[in-house]
Design a protein around this ligand. Structure first.
Ligand SMILES: [Cu+2]
Length: 419
């Protein structure tokens, strides 16, 4: 079984090289498509430029290089909308049309059932740049699954891709047959095979799932990953508050009440949760020419997917049709479920401009593990919850991005538009 689709890789490289040659010769005017299309080989100097008179020649003396962040051109493939993905929670009760799901009870336990199907598909990662992906239900990242701690997740998995796949959950899973690895349970599922995984939704937090077939780095990097959000049960928190804090001191009644309130705010079945604006961001990256290094970085797949469209580099901007900032209401608390799927680089990071936030590593505690920070880092599969409060900020654009500058310039940079 080939681990790399060499035919597709050769096509991509040829196309990228052709675009680079066209743009470097300069005989024809440099089109937006050409500039962006060259990012796979020209690197950050190309993708980082937002000016229509952009050059693809990198270097400190390149006057054209002092423009602004972003890709030029709009996304033509509208099958995947990063704004829809941001808030698409599949709970069994409700969710995305392409994720068959139901919720029911057996012996007093809530069962949330989902159908996930692995397929080969083509996704767009920057305007004019496609990537041959392997995807759960045809999307990268895969569907966000959401449950309450103690529920049973029943995942009916079918592999319709050309390679063998699994689903491995980062949950506290008590049955090794359900671990989704080659050496246990059903092992890898070949094309056309199905298996139903059952996992208890525990512990509380934001968790990661991914394919665990070999070679692992390719099966993850091609797009087979997503998050499982496990909401805390406020009644369990009231009974066993100690399980939800990284604090050794006494738990007073006031503290217990505060923990229960945080649990209610996080639990999608409680009214308190409606007052919070919740978003899922998966930091990911794409090696478009299969050389073991990434050419494009993003939160939720699309380079500058929450960027601003056209700018003149002097503080003036207009929203793009397909690249627009995430509009947020300053009076709502912002909660970001953040995970890192980046392959080939050791870490990724999240940084907010003009703002500090509380961070809950893995989301497993109800008290922050990092208090009042503006930058956190995650290794692959690490995840956490950010709570951000813009209520005292002036309306306008606030940037957020990876604070590896290279990742930011290659696509992992976006904006909140605070209103
Ligand atoms: Cu796989």
């Amino acid at each position: 079984m080939p681990s790399i689709d060499y035919d597709s890789a050769a096509d991509v490289i040829e196309r990228l090289e052709q675009r680079l040659i066209e743009s470097l010769t300069g005989e024809t005017s440099v089109s937006r498509r050409t500039v962006l299309g060259s990012l796979g080989v020209a690197g950050s100097a190309a993708v980082g430029l937002g000016s229509t008179r952009a050059s693809v020649v990198p270097g400190h003396n390149d006057e054209d290089g002092h423009g602004n962040f972003g890709t030029v051109g709009e996304y033509q493939d509208l099958d995947f909308d990063p704004h829809e993905f941001l808030t698409a929670f599949n709970t069994g009760d409700s969710g995305q049309d392409n994720v068959p799901q139901q919720i029911y009870e057996v012996d007093g336990r809530t069962i949330r059932e989902f159908e996930l199907t692995a397929v080969d598909t083509t996704i767009t990662i920057a305007p004019g740049v496609e990537f041959q992906a392997w995807a759960y239900n045809g999307q990268v990242p895969g569907p966000t699954i959401r449950a309450v701690e103690g529920d049973l997740l029943r995942i009916k998995f079918t592999n319709l891709g050309r390679h063998a796949h699994t689903i491995h959950p980062h949950l506290k899973n008590l049955n090794p047959r359900m671990d989704g690895i080659p050496q246990n349970g059903p092992g890898v599922l070949d094309t056309g095979e199905s298996f139903t995984y059952e996992w208890i939704a525990q512990p509380t937090g934001t968790h990661f799932y991914h394919c665990h077939s070999l070679p692992l780095k390719e099966h993850i990097h091609r797009g087979l990953y997503g998050t499982i959000i496990v909401d805390p049960d406020p009644e369990r928190v009231r009974e066993n508050p100690r399980d939800y804090v990284n604090y050794p001191g006494p738990i007073t009644d006031d503290f217990r009440t505060q923990l229960v309130e945080e649990a209610r705010s996080r639990n999608h079945e409680y009214a308190e949760n409606d007052a919070v604006n919740e978003m899922v961001m998966i930091m990911n990256s794409f090696d478009t020419n299969f050389d073991g290094e990434n050419e494009v970085y993003a939160a939720n797949t699309r380079a500058f997917g929450y960027g601003v469209g056209e700018t003149d580099g002097n503080g003036n901007w207009t929203a793009g049709e397909t690249k627009r900032p995430i509009q947020i209401d300053k009076n709502e608390l912002q909660r970001v479920y953040l995970a890192n799927a980046t392959e080939f680089d050791l870490i990724n990071s999240f940084h907010t401009h003009s703002q500090f936030f509380d961070y809950y590593d893995h989301g497993t505690t109800l008290t922050p593990t990092r208090k009042t920070v503006d930058t956190i880092m995650q290794t692959q599969a690490q995840r956490g919850i950010l709570e951000i409060d813009y209520s005292d900020h002036e309306p306008g654009l606030y940037m957020f991005h990876a604070h590896q500058s290279e990742f930011a310039e290659l696509g992992w940079m976006s904006f909140f538009k605070v209103i």
